[in-house]
Write a protein that binds this ligand. Sequence first.
Ligand code: NAP
Ligand code: MG
Length: 451
Amino acid sequence: MTDVINPATGEVFTTVPSLDLAATDAAIETAQRAFPAWRAVAPGDRARLLRRFAAVVDQHLEELAELEVRNAGHTIGNARWEAGNVRDVLDYYAGAPERLSGRQIPVAGGLDVTFHEPLGVVGIIVPWNFPMPIAGWGFAPALAAGNTVVLKPAELTPLTAIRLGELALAAELPEGVFTIVPGKGSVVGQRFVTHPAVRKVCFTGSTEVGKSIMAGAADQVKRVTLELGGKSANIVFADADLERAAASAPGSVFDNAGQDCCARSRLLVQESVYDKFLALLEPAVRAFRVTDPAQADAEMGPLISAAHKKTVTSYVEGSDVAFRGSAPESGGWWFPPTVLLAHSTEDRHWREEVFGPVLSVLPFKDEEDAVRLANDTEYGLSGSLWTRDLGRALRVSRAVETGALSVNSHSSVRYWTPFGGMKQSGLGRELGPDALLSFTDVKNVFLAMGD
Ligand code: NAP
Ligand code: MG
């Protein structure tokens, strides 16, 4: 059994089973047995089951949200959005089964057609930072394409995934089609990589573990989708609406206590407006409301664990602190929003993913310098740029090497647009029209007409 802790209080409030190798194999084999019948469900019927699953999630939205507030310390506003995102992603991919068309290709002497075949059992490994959305981004398209799914939640945050597994059964998805397998990454997650019946692994988490999964998958030429770390830049040009850029910068990095792979944790400000911009940013950072995440007006809750707080603290110690917000001081793993001045691109807090409410700031000279600094990282997940110059917005958007960019805003994840990283931020795309086909293989069939 594993203790489940409320990060806002530090108290254990329940326990969940931690499955061993034999139980993991049993779950994978159940999913394998469920596959032939699931792939054979008529497209319209599979669509209807997924829509019903979405409706059941919607009926339990508040319960799921409250569970996430307790288990992950997410603000109630965010947690409601996250549960709603699972519903929406299910509804979106519920439109897929009847639209998963192949091609007809002209070949003399017969008929050539392609099919998008499901892979079999898909293993999904989920981190603790966004337990519900990241689970849904994997299981919804995987199920829609006709695969069965085994899903391992993070040990720290298993509760909403376990509940979603129950809700799938309540929506009458057949037994074995969607199975939650709680346990350790080194046991359950690793078995998804080595078990031959698992034909694809979707992993979200650290770049280090992602690399080991990619290497392990090579052994069976297993398909992978990887969503890894980020160190995204928020680039503010002198001609931008500085007030709007400053007002929105805290949310772009401190949301979810900075435990977001898309966090805009590197702020690049054009040197001619650097002092002015920091003066606008300071009150916005100080006003960021860090409080009991169950409160309706909370903007940020605690960090996920004591160990993670220690890691985040190590980036601030000995660094040049520009200013900080405030946070509760007792009970739970609280950390105030913190802005650090970088003195060189070699500063550790500038280079590494902190995954906490820590923003690093550096000035730049001109457009070329901004692009060079933004790209001076192994990561390439998201980013933002602020300018009123349309040509510059287009040039910089094309030049910054990341999978998702926002101009004059910070939004980057919408369920109907593709999401994923360039460089070492990942491999493949989730969400949007692109994700579905990554849960299939193309089969080409030629039927001879005969004489
Ligand atoms: P992690 O170790 O990569 O964990 C992510 C998931 O992978 C968890 O479910 C974990 O299981 C599982 N896992 C761990 N080792 C595994 C292995 N050898 N084989 C298969 N699965 C394995 O991430 P973390 O330790 O929670 O966080 C460390 C850092 O990673 C963070 O500080 C952050 O920088 C980064 N991170 C990024 C994202 C993202 O969205 N890109 C998400 C989370 C973390 P357990 O439950 O047993 O840990
Ligand atoms: Mg780990």
